[in-house]
Design a protein around this ligand. Structure first.
Ligand SMILES: Nc1ncnc2c1ncn2[C@@H]1O[C@H](COP(=O)(O)OP(=O)(O)O)[C@@H](O)[C@H]1O
Ligand SMILES: [Mg+2]
Length: 285
C-alpha cells in the first residue's frame, strides 16, 4: 500500500516546490495543507495520513500541527518534540550540550542589570539573540558596554516576554563564514560554507554558499545533534574559530537548502523524500 502523505506549509517556498517535485518524480501524490487556511478540530480523531512533512514557516504553527496530528497517530517529520527543541535556541543548546556537542560560551539572564553583568563576564564583543527567531532577525552584535546598554533597554521596553530572556553569546571569531550541515536520518549528507562580508552569514541576509566537505567530525556532530533533538531532517548551523575548533550555533527543524544543492551536488530534496518513504515503509510493516 502506498503511504498517505501530507505536506504542510505556510506559503510555498522554493524548497517546498523542490520537495513536491521529488514526490511527483516518484509517482506519489501528496496532500498539501496550507496552514493559513486550515481549521483543525481537536475532536476529530481521524488520522487521514500516515505521515506529515511539516514545512510550516512559524515555530508556533509547526509545533501545533505536529501536536495535533501526532495525537491522532500520524508520524510527523519533524515531531512536536523536535520542533519544540529546535525552535528555541536555548532548548536546543541545553540538549546538545548535554550530548557533549560544543557550543559558544553563553549566558542567560532575566533582568537588564544581570544581562549587562553577563555581557561583561563574557567579554565584548557579545551577540544577543532572541531564543525564538530565524534569518538572523534581531541577532545583534554588542561591541561595548554602550551598545549593550542600548540594546538591552530596547529589548526590555519594546520586546515581548520572549525578548526578556536575555540570551547572550561570546562572538566566535570566525573566518568570514559559517557552516550549515544537512542531516537526514542521522546521516550528514552535505554541508555548505556560508560566506559573507557581514558577520551575520545567513543566506537570507546575502551570505553565499560554497561546498564544505563533510569530514568525520562534522558527521559525528550531525549524528549527535539529530539524536539529541530526535530530528529526522535537520540543518545544523556551526561556526569554526581561528584555531579550527567547531561550535554548534543552532538547529533548524524546517531547513532551507535552495542555495546548497548546486554547490554540493547533492540532491537534498530527493534524499528528504527517500527518507520519508523509508520511514513510512518501516511504520507500515
Ligand atoms: N556566537 C556567534 N559568533 C559568531 N557568529 C554568530 C554567533 N551567533 C550568530 N552568529 C552569526 O549570525 C548568524 C545567525 O545566528 P543564528 O544563531 O544561526 O540565528 P538565526 O536563527 O537567526 O539564523 C549565524 O549564522 C552566524 O553567522
Ligand atoms: Mg541560523
Amino acid at each position: 500500500m502506498r503511504p498517505r502523505i501530507a505536506v504542510s506549509f505556510s506559503r510555498i517556498r522554493l524548497e517546498d516546490k523542490m520537495i513536491l517535485e521529488e514526490f511527483a518524480a516518484r509517482g506519489l501524490e501528496v496532500d498539501r495543507i496550507d496552514d493559513g487556511d486550515v481549521i483543525w478540530s481537536l475532536q476529530d480523531r481521524q488520522p487521514r495520513w500516515d505521515l506529515l512533512l511539516d514545512r510550516s514557516l512559524g515555530f508556533g504553527r509547526a509545533r501545533a500541527t505536529a501536536q495535533i496530528l501526532e495525537s491522532r497517530g500520524v508520524l510527523c517529520v519533524n515531531s512536536a518534540r523536535t520542533v519544540a527543541i529546535c525552535g528555541d535556541k536555548l532548548a536546543a543548546q541545553v540538549a546538545i550540550e548535554a550530548a557533549g556537542v560544543p557550543t559558544p560560551a553563553t549566558r542567560v539572564a532575566f533582568s537588564r542589570e544581570a544581562a549587562l553583568a553577563a555581557a561583561e563576564e563574557l567579554g565584548y564583543p557579545v551577540v544577543i539573540k532572541p531564543t525564538v527567531g530565524s534569518w538572523g532577525r534581531l541577532v545583534a552584535r554588542l561591541n561595548d558596554r554602550d551598545a549593550a546598554e542600548a540594546v538591552l533597554e530596547d529589548r526590555e521596553l519594546l520586546g515581548n516576554w520572549t525578548h526578556h530572556v536575555y540570551y547572550l553569546q561570546k562572538l566566535v571569531d570566525k573566518p568570514g563564514r559559517d557552516i550549515r550541515l544537512f542531516v537526514i536520518g542521522g546521516r550528514a549528507v552535505a554541508a555548505v560554507y556560508r560566506v559573507s562580508e557581514h558577520w551575520i552569514t545567513n543566506t537570507a541576509r546575502g551570505g553565499r554558499t560554497e561546498n564544505c566537505p563533510v569530514d568525520d567530525r562534522l558527521a559525528e556532530f550531525g549524528r549527535l545533534c539529530a539524536s539529541a533533538c530526535g530530528a529526522e531532517i535537520l540543518a545544523v548551523d556551526l561556526v569554526e574559530d581561528r584555531e579550527g575548533a567547531l561550535y554548534v550555533l543552532e538547529l533548524n527543524h524546517s531547513m532551507e537548502f535552495r542555495n546548497s544543492v548546486a554547490p554540493t551536488g547533492v540532491n537534498i530534496p530527493g534524499l528528504v523524500v527517500d527518507h520519508l518513504l523509508q520511514l513510512a515503509t518501516e511504520r507500515g510493516s
